[in-house]
Design a protein around this ligand. Structure first.
Ligand code: HEC
Length: 385
């Protein structure tokens, strides 16, 4: 395992210039035979220099310095790794990660009149950057109960204004930033659900690993203005996606259109104190969607919503969903897939190349810099055209 690397990275995070000196100690001499290291061929200095030119473009947006290239002449692949590690300690790397995630989450300020000046649309990307540059566990991206501002300083999330005490129970990292909630709102919360799934599981619906709710548990025509999910008029095709989408959509009922939290009990009735017009799930101006339209129980005036489930387990909150999601192979695979595609300049959701599958082991610690370092030593990266 690469524990030594993790520890050293953590120890050196705070220092700006002193990173190089410690790096010779990083050589993973205690790696077990047959592990990752043995699969790396001997590269020529020229191949490594070519790879470094690509890596530096991606990681620090500049060409390698002469001394960076000399490091390869002196120390071969260890020198190459030293330079890449030093890149990942820099402000330029921080900026590259932020730009990448701004694009990945797509939470740019909306151009229409729904734009709310109190929302910081950078928040999801700030959180991701904070996690990566500080060598935190990447699962924080959906588990953090704090937000990160443009200076990468952590603080409470606006989402839970006036009720920060509930954040540990209901916050789900990037998914419950106001930026994400407001940007991806739509009727029935489906946009939020779909965006979260594509961002963190790298997949579109249907979810092959989750059957979701039974068809009879999805809402029917008696329940309101829509028969979209009715068991008699709906089609199996619709259910293939919506049986798991609708359950996850219920967990977003705690968040109003503009991204503020409000209390909602999935397994009970809406509190009487919540007026009917606030019981909307919704988002689109012309659609008023109620919880009983997502899952089939109760009535409009007395909406009793069953406990949504993900892979057979109850998810009383979006955080509970996030916790299960981070335990799934989809989440880790998505992480490796995305950063592989980032390094190779491929589209975000392209499949993971077979030759890069061993990187999934490196990702067990969910340290993104380690994952990037591993990818950058693989033939798929070093020897590509
Ligand atoms: C391949 C997966 C998939 C299938 C099949 C599917 N849906 Fe959807 N549906 C989605 C996703 C994803 C969204 C969210 C779309 C968005 O707004 O980004 C959605 C949104 C919706 C919405 C909300 C529309 C809105 O205005 O926001 C309704 C209603 C709906 N689907 C009904 C249906 C019906 C009825 C069927 C069958 C005829 C169906 N869906 C089939 C994935 C699917």
């Amino acid at each position: 395992m690469r524990l030594t690397v993790v520890l050293l990275l953590m120890l050196t995070t705070g220092c700006s210039g002193g990173f190089r000196a410690a790096v010779n100690d990083i050589a993973p001499s205690n790696e077990k035979p047959g592990e990752v290291k043995n699969e790396i061929p001997d590269y020529t200095a020229e191949q490594l220099k070519q790879a470094l030119r690509s890596a530096s473009q991606l990681l620090v947006n500049r060409v390698p310095a002469t001394e960076d290239l000399r490091e390869i002449d002196l120390n071969g692949i260890e020198g190459y790794k030293t330079v890449i590690q030093s890149y990942m300690q820099s402000t330029r790397f921080r900026n590259a990660m932020r730009d990448y995630h701004l694009d990945y989450f797509g939470t740019f300020p909306p151009t229409d009149d729904t734009r709310d000046p109190t929302i910081n649309y950078n928040e999801p990307a700030n959180l991701a950057t904070h996690i990566i540059v500080n060598d935190l566990d990447y699962r924080e991206i959906v588990l953090a109960d704090y937000c990160v501002n443009d200076n990468l300083v952590t603080g409470p999330c606006d989402t839970f204004q006036g009720n920060q005490g509930v954040a540990p129970q209901f916050a789900a990292g990037a998914m419950t930033t106001r930026a994400f909630l407001n940007k991806w709102n739509s009727a029935y919360n489906f946009k939020r659900v779909a965006k979260a799934f594509s961002a963190f599981a790298c997949s579109e619906y249907p979810d092959p690993l989750d059957v979701g709710m039974d068809v009879s548990e999805i809402s029917n025509v008696d329940k309101g203005s829509t028969n979209d999910f009715d068991a008699t008029t709906g089609s199996p095709v619709c259910y293939s996606c919506h049986r798991s989408m609708n359950a996850r959509a219920v967990t977003f009922l705690n968040f109003a259109r503009d991204g503020f939290f409000f209390q909602f009990q999935p397994n009970g009735e809406y509190p009487n104190s919540v007026p009917v017009e606030e019981r909307v799930v919704t988002d689109l101006n012309d659609v008023v969607a109620y919880p009983d339209m997502l899952l089939n129980t109760g009535t409009v005036d007395n909406p009793v919503v069953p406990m949504p489930r993900y892979k057979g387990k109850e998810i009383p909150s979006v955080r509970a969903y996030a916790e299960l999601l981070t335990e799934s192979s989809q989440f880790k695979e998505c992480l490796v897939r995305r950063f592989s595609n980032f390094m190779l300049g491929r589209p975000n959701l392209d499949p993971l190349l077979n030759g890069l599958k061993p990187v999934l082991e490196t990702a067990n610690g969910f340290n993104v810099k380690e994952v990037i370092l591993d990818i950058s030593t693989r033939p798929e990266f070093v020897l590509r055209d």
